[in-house]
Design a protein around this ligand. Structure first.
Ligand code: NDP
Length: 329
């Protein structure tokens, strides 16, 4: 079997040298285990944090050990009740072509006509759950709210569409290229801007002249500062990610206007999608319905081959993906 290990820890932006491709024997499965041939694996921004040797809500990757993360694959051998060769499973041992794992850590998923199995890593998986729970539970979205979603990529493009479908008065998105901005408008966002075109604060004020009620933050820093300025009284912020700072070696300078949160009676609430698993069935039912009715769309950027997985991850941090970035194995 082949797997990608953490060869060294990055300082600042990671590079290909931080990863190694290692070949080794596949261990024989013991009682209760499955052997899974991975079909797709996920690369996600949170993995950057796991490359640092710091305590967080998920333990850091270990030097010289294989990386891990979401993957979907086909069972090729089963020593567990309820699983048989050919079953499609979602599990946490990505970054390798063959995974041997306890069946209790795998979830059987149904192949869906017309959808790639990679959908379980994105639009029917963690990506949409993050958007769904972040918007509805964490930001307590209600119809009529004006919503700003920064870094509207995989999670954000879904969050914005859910807001529209559930009655937002206005949805604004930001992204890092003219093509991505055009894509957000195609998805039904009322306004979108390229954060590289000028100060985010000014661009947001133009896009949301009446202010915003909900901010879904994927970026942090200047985006968060801009949102605080544009938020209306009793506005709510779901702190989902802060990708602008993931490769920084010093803390960000913004938001400088946090004190405004007091007078505006704002709520800023961080969240981790893992705590919202109970919402999964409802999310899958609702999103599947919208997909079949053509009311929601999603994109994937697919990179081929395990050897290209590090490059896919680095590309994700540089913004080379539109929609969910996945690797086909
Ligand atoms: P995306 O599809 O949004 O991919 C990451 C994108 O971030 C890139 O495509 C790039 O697009 C953008 N980006 C990179 N650097 C910057 C920067 N300096 N400023 C603004 N944008 C930047 O990934 P996801 O949708 O999977 O994740 C989005 C966010 O959600 C991340 O912050 C992630 O950490 C967070 N997250 C949080 C979870 C939670 O449980 N709290 C769960 C899942 C995700 P561009 O071209 O626009 O720059």
């Amino acid at each position: 079997a082949r797997q990608i290990t953490l060869a060294s820890r990055p300082a600042g932006w990671p590079t290909a040298e931080n990863f190694a491709l290692v070949e080794g024997e596949t261990p024989a499965p013991t009682e209760g285990q499955l052997v899974v041939r991975n079909l797709f694996m996920s690369v996600d921004p949170y993995m950057r944090g796991r490359m640092n040797d710091v305590k967080s809500y998920v333990p850091p990757f270990r030097l010289g050990e294989p990386l891990d993360g979401g993957a979907v694959g086909e069972v090729v051998e089963s020593r567990a009740d309820g699983f048989a060769p050919g079953d499609l499973v979602l599990h946490g041992l990505g970054w390798r072509d063959i995974a041997v794992l306890d069946a209790r850590h795998a979830r059987k998923v149904t192949p869906i006509e017309g959808l790639s199995p990679s959908a379980y890593l994105g639009v029917l998986g963690m990506t949409s759950l993050t958007a769904y729970a972040g918007l509805l539970d964490v930001a307590e979205f209600k119809p009529g709210d004006a919503v700003f979603v920064s870094g509207a990529g995989a999670v954000g493009s879904i969050a914005g569409q859910i807001a529209k479908l559930k009655g937002a008065s206005r949805v604004i998105g930001s992204a890092g290229s003219a093509e991505k901005v055009a894509h957000l408008l195609d998805l039904g966002f009322d306004a979108a801007f390229n954060y590289k075109d000028g100060p985010v604060g000014q661009q947001l004020k133009q896009a949301a002249p009446d202010g915003i009620d909900v901010y879904f933050d994927n970026v942090g820093a200047d985006h968060l500062e801009a949102a605080i300025s544009s938020l209306n009284q009793h506005g709510r912020v779901a702190l989902c990610g802060a990708i602008a700072a993931y490769n920084d070696t010093t803390p960000p300078a913004a938001p400088r206007n946090l004190a405004l949160a007091i007078g505006k009676r704002l709520t800023l609430r961080g969240f981790i999608v893992n705590d919202h698993g109970a919402r999964m069935p409802e999310m899958v039912a609702e999103i599947s319905g919208w997909l079949s009715e053509g009311k929601i769309s999603f994109q994937e950027t697919v990179v081929d081959g395990l050897d290209n997985a590090p490059e896919a991850f680095l590309g994700l941090l540089r913004g080379e993906n539109t929609g969910k970035m996945v690797v086909r194995l």
